[in-house]
Design a protein around this ligand. Structure first.
Ligand code: GLN
Length: 304
């Protein structure tokens, strides 16, 4: 039996003693208010035993982690047609990059970079009557947790400063790959990114990705094939231009967000989430990556 609790406790100690905790994302002003010293980690294994250390119950802005959830909902609604509008290749570029979009005639390289997630948001806006409400209900249902909510201040803050996302959405529109109004799609996108969740809530939500599409209550949200596809995209594209480094150091599929959260999992074994708001130069949580490297090294559990 692996001593998950012992490993998490030691990771939390190492993180607290680390001097250089990275840099908080301040291009969304509301995120800059968070204390860089926060650290939390939470793990659930396939038998639903839970382990945690640090501030694992404190909520933070999940940001790009939400892109996996919007993709899951879109796949459920329109199935494989999603891939006509967004590709599945790693970009090797930062999350907010626009150049590839120009090169590839408005088809974003994958659904986890911003332009790809904006196309997915457009699909949801087209398909849902009340997109924000229905997406929130979808996430709450997976997690079995009605306390999960948007942080409207974060959404508003990003709306005021999200010029690059406005540029991406306009570029998509110019190529005919955005069917709804730029403002309407981005309002949805900024809200999905503002979802506020703790490490514990993130592992409850992402449990289904390590469990063949079934959530903790055993309800099916995704088919086995859909989970295979989404997990492959997380492995190859979940960390932008650091996806290779994450696979090399950690060896798990997962997803990061500029709020400092990372969620990762080993299929059939465990799902883990970390939160440390300081980012490395590639926009991934600096201590979160170190923590997960330590976890997979010390437990000798990775997909490889
Ligand atoms: N909402 C953020 C943005 O669009 C998400 C980025 C991220 O978490 N990498 O810039």
């Amino acid at each position: 039996m692996i001593d998950f609790q012992g490993v998490l406790t030691s990771i939390n100690e190492t993180a607290s003693n680390e001097k250089d905790k990275g840099k908080i994302a301040d291009y969304i002003p509301e995120l800059a208010k968070v204390d860089v010293d926060n650290f939390g980690i939470h793990l659930i294994d396939i038998q639903q035993n839970i382990f945690s250390a640090g501030k694992s119950d404190e909520k933070f802005s999940i940001q790009s982690i939400s892109k996996v959830l919007s993709l899951s909902m879109a796949l459920g609604l329109i199935g494989e047609k999603v891939w006509k509008r967004v590709d599945v290749e790693p970009s090797g570029d930062p999350f907010n990059h626009l150049s590839l979009l120009e090169l590839e005639n408005g088809i974003p390289r994958n659904p986890l970079i911003n332009p790809g997630a904006i196309v997915i948001a457009d699909i949801l806006v087209s398909r849902l009557e009340n997109p924000k409400e229905e997406f929130l209900a979808f996430v709450r249902n997976i997690a079995n947790d009605d306390t999960i909510d948007y942080d409207v201040d974060v959404a508003k803050s990003e709306k005021r400063t999200g010029f690059r996302n406005f540029a991406a959405a306009n570029l998509l529109k110019s190529y005919g790959n955005l069917n709804n109004d730029v403002d309407v799609v981005l309002d949805f996108y900024f809200h999905q990114c503002s979802l506020s969740m703790s490490c514990a809530q993130l592992t409850n939500t992402f449990y289904m990705f390590m469990n063949h599409g079934k959530c903790r209550r055993n309800n099916t949200f995704l088919t086995v094939t859909q989970v295979k596809r989404i997990n492959a995209i997380m492995l190859t594209c979940g960390f932008y231009d650091e996806a290779g480094e994450f696979a090399f150091e950690v060896g798990l599929p997962g997803k990061s967000g500029v709020g400092g959260g990372i969620v990762a999992f080993l299929p059939n074994k465990f799902c883990v989430a970390t939160w440390s708001p300081g980012l490395n130069p590639k926009g991934n949580s600096k201590l979160g990556m170190l923590a997960l490297e330590k976890l997979t090294t010390e437990t000798e559990l990775s997909i490889f």
